[in-house]
Write a protein that binds this ligand. Structure first.
Ligand code: NAD
Ligand code: ZN
Length: 345
């Protein structure tokens, strides 16, 4: 997989190795990103545009089925290229579509959200949801290239930027202290500052995946903040104004940090400092969900087995430990303690 900018895309297309080109967008990326892509890039063959509705519901087998037919009806063959232009929903759905159509065609990811730039489009995991079960069906397949461009952030709502920023912070916490420091000096409303964090952030994910592509060991570290975060995300999914993924992960990272004091040996002062820094970006993310319900969701999480709930914790900042079993009592106490601690910050 190559990582580069629009120039790389142009030179790949100039090699003329594809019989036809398809671009998958959602309504928003069609509106905000497609015109500028078409203006910047000289396509050797006119691309066919595929569009789905924005939102997680499009990551379904029904939509995928429609897209398989669309590719078929528009004459796609094994030498076609699919360009996925969008956030993580599009890069996941499009990656899955490309990796399954005719046993796999080439695809290029052009992530247009910060979350997709730093996380979803990198690492070769593609997928769709099975009903409410997130990413239950999927493949491991690397794209030909991932194309990064700061310009997409201009139209991205600030809340989406702050959500993606949580994954950048996560990369800093698990593996790169100087990235973490840079994160906490960053003004998230400044797109240039945020974009500059991407290179070190991507490096953390790429390095981990290079060691452990199929999540046997080190790749689990990337789930830091996600055990609690996913539970919160599932329980707030049907709210009128649901929390975004990164917002849930931010809370999940605070709870995992607090659990790390007893569960991982993290110094209490270091834990408090980290929670204070995360909280300063996400002071409004104060979940009001029942602990028991959260626990039930965590037990059902596909990453947990045998009635146990495992967390990724920290022994130090930049020193994660995977598979630490936490009891419900311990989790419930940490939730209470975190609330009190954040009130006092
Ligand atoms: N494969 C992986 O390793 C991996 C990792 C993390 C997350 N994911 C997946 O990523 C998805 C979440 O990704 P996301 O947060 O990017 O959500 P998303 O793709 O739904 O995008 C969020 C919103 O922003 C809009 N949007 C995208 N780019 C825009 C732009 N430049 N300007 C204006 N609006 C724009 C979208 O239309 C959407 O409404 C989830 O499905 C999650 O499971 C996958
Ligand atoms: Zn995530």
């Amino acid at each position: 997989m190559q990582l580069g900018d629009l120039q790389l895309l142009q030179s790949l297309l100039a090699e003329n190795r594809w019989s036809s080109v398809f671009i998958l967008t959602d309504e928003n990326t069609n509106k905000h990103c497609l015109t500028s892509l078409m203006m910047c890039i000289d396509f050797p063959v006119n691309p066919e545009i595929l569009e789905v509705e924005p939102g997680e519901n499009s990551k379904s087998i029904e939509i995928c089925h429609q897209l398989w037919w669309a590719l078929n009806d528009l004459g796609a063959d094994r030498n076609s290229l699919l360009i996925n232009l969008g956030g993580g929903m599009i890069t996941d759905l499009g990656g899955f579509l490309a990796s399954t159509f005719q046993r796999g065609i080439d695809f290029i990811q052009i992530p247009t959200t910060l979350l997709a730039m730093t996380d979803a489009a990198i690492g070769g995991k593609t997928g769709i949801n099975l009903g409410n079960l997130k990413n239950q069906i999927g493949t491991f397949q690397n794209p030909v290239a991932v194309i990064l461009d700061q310009a997409w952030l201009e139209t991205l709502p600030s809340r989406e930027i702050r959500s993606g920023f949580a994954e950048v912070v996560k990369h800093g916490i698990i593996a790169d202290n100087s990235l973490l420091k840079a994160c906490f000096e960053t003004d998230v409303s400044n797109q240039e500052e945020v974009f500059q964090l991407l290179e070190p952030s991507l490096k953390v994910k790429a390095d981990i995946i290079a060691i452990d592509p199929f999540e046997k060991k080190e790749r689990k570290f990337l789930n830091f903040g996600h055990t609690g975060g996913h539970a919160l995300e599932s329980l707030t999914l049907n709210d009128e104004d649901p929390l975004l993924h990164g917002e849930c992960v931010a809370w999940g990272m605070m709870i995992a940090t607090l659990l790390s004091i007893d569960g991982g040996g993290l110094e209490a002062e270091a834990a408090k400092e980290l929670i204070r820094s995360i909280d300063s970006y996400y002071p409004d993310i104060q979940p009001e969900v029942e602990i028991e319900k959260m626990w039930e969701v965590m037990l059902r999480d596909k990453k947990n087995r045998n009635g146990k709930v495992n967390f990724v914790l920290l022994s130090k900042v930049s020193k994660p430990i995977a598979n630490v079993e936490i009891s419900m009592e311990h989790f419930a106490k940490a939730c209470d303690d975190l609330r009190v601690m954040r009130e006092e910050l």
